[in-house]
Design a protein around this ligand. Sequence first.
Ligand SMILES: Cc1cc2nc3c(=O)[nH]c(=O)nc-3n(C[C@H](O)[C@H](O)[C@H](O)COP(=O)(O)OP(=O)(O)OC[C@H]3O[C@@H](n4cnc5c(N)ncnc54)[C@H](O)[C@@H]3O)c2cc1C
Length: 404
Amino acid sequence: MDHHDYDVIIVGAGPVGGRAATLLSQEGLKVLMLEEHKEIGRPFQCAGLVTPSAMDAVGGHDTVLQEVDGALIHGPSGTLVPVGTEGQLRTYVVCRKRFDQFVVQQGMEAGASLWLDSVPVSAQTDQEGVEVVVRKSGEERNLRCKLLIGADGAHSWTRRTFKMGRPKELMIGFQTEVVGYEGRDRWLEMYSGSSIAPGFFAWVIPSGFGTHRIGLWSTADRLDGRSIESCYQDLMDHPLWKDRFAGTSEIARYCGPVPSGMVKKTVKNRVMLLGDAAGMAKPTTGGGLGPGFHQIQCVLSPLVEAIRANQLDEAKLKAITKQPWNAMKKEQDRARTLRNLLVSDCSDAVLDKHFINFAHPDTLTLINAIGDIEKPVPLGMALLKQVPAFRPLALKAGVRLLLS
Ligand SMILES: Cc1cc2nc3c(=O)[nH]c(=O)nc-3n(C[C@H](O)[C@H](O)[C@H](O)COP(=O)(O)OP(=O)(O)OC[C@H]3O[C@@H](n4cnc5c(N)ncnc54)[C@H](O)[C@@H]3O)c2cc1C
């Protein structure tokens, strides 16, 4: 019998790598996580929003800094659309460092090993396994496993090494942590407009202990040569909003990529991509934690069986992942199409008109009834079908959805 040091080696001990390690180890598989940093959860590039369903999956409630009931969303000219209900939890804000550490520790408690300060140097697949050379604290080790999982983030080494394509979109996120912002308790705020977040939005999220996270995201083509920091400065200086930011003091700043749009090849012979490495972040919010967790959960049982049988060639992995991951990809593509139609491809003047329609009491009732951060497509479709002002867009949407 062929010798394997591990059933699975996971490159990247972020939240998705940690979650995969937990689920696979709980099934009795021998798992090793490789993490390039000397500690888990740093550097952190995240607003820290974790939906209740993602939180329930891992149970990391001790890492919550703040609960949020809703969002106050501002149109480019100031039309306010409040989404949510006082006292009804919509999402959590976590300390990402503690959250990542919690998830990775769960993996270790389930039996997985963790090597810090460790990166793969090369990986070669064959009929029976994967030969991985790992540099651990400067020293090279040769390991053999049955399956290599790349959960190594937006710039995934695994994805590049095995030439598995690129995410459809790469958004750029920028964020500061501040003190001194006076916001509404348990509500986050979102700001839109081409000067501050072309095609997307900026956010102010309460992060507990009197701090707030102020950030924004966009794509390089929409920024059109501008830096993301200049957009942030435009938010700070915006005539409508500058008074809100006047009393804030910055205590930290971060910048990072948000890959959204599943890569062409999520699996190859004995190799699989998860999370940001696979381009799983949501096109509507940039949230990558929930989709990354779901991506491994929804293939777990057949995958575990295939690992036990050591049947992990490309055809087998495709057969396991095809239906559930294609469904995720389809949902992602539809959400992007609706986002572009209703927000990202709109001029500020058109967006202002949409905000006036969003703010109508009947539309707000619809948004609050159907709106779900996890599943934005049903809301987009309902808006197009049920709000008279959006009906002219329905035909356009239909054509785009057919082509997406
Ligand atoms: C500004 C911003 C705000 C965001 N806000 C949210 C939010 O509010 N909610 C949300 O759900 N998502 C948010 N996201 C997205 C979220 O951060 C990611 O989707 C999530 O971290 C993906 O998890 P992951 O485990 O796939 O990748 P990562 O978190 O990137 O983890 C990858 C891990 O792999 C390690 N690694 C990388 N390369 C190697 C290598 N070669 N060898 C060994 N280890 C390696 C890294 O050090 C890291 O620990 C935000 C992103 C940005 C940029």
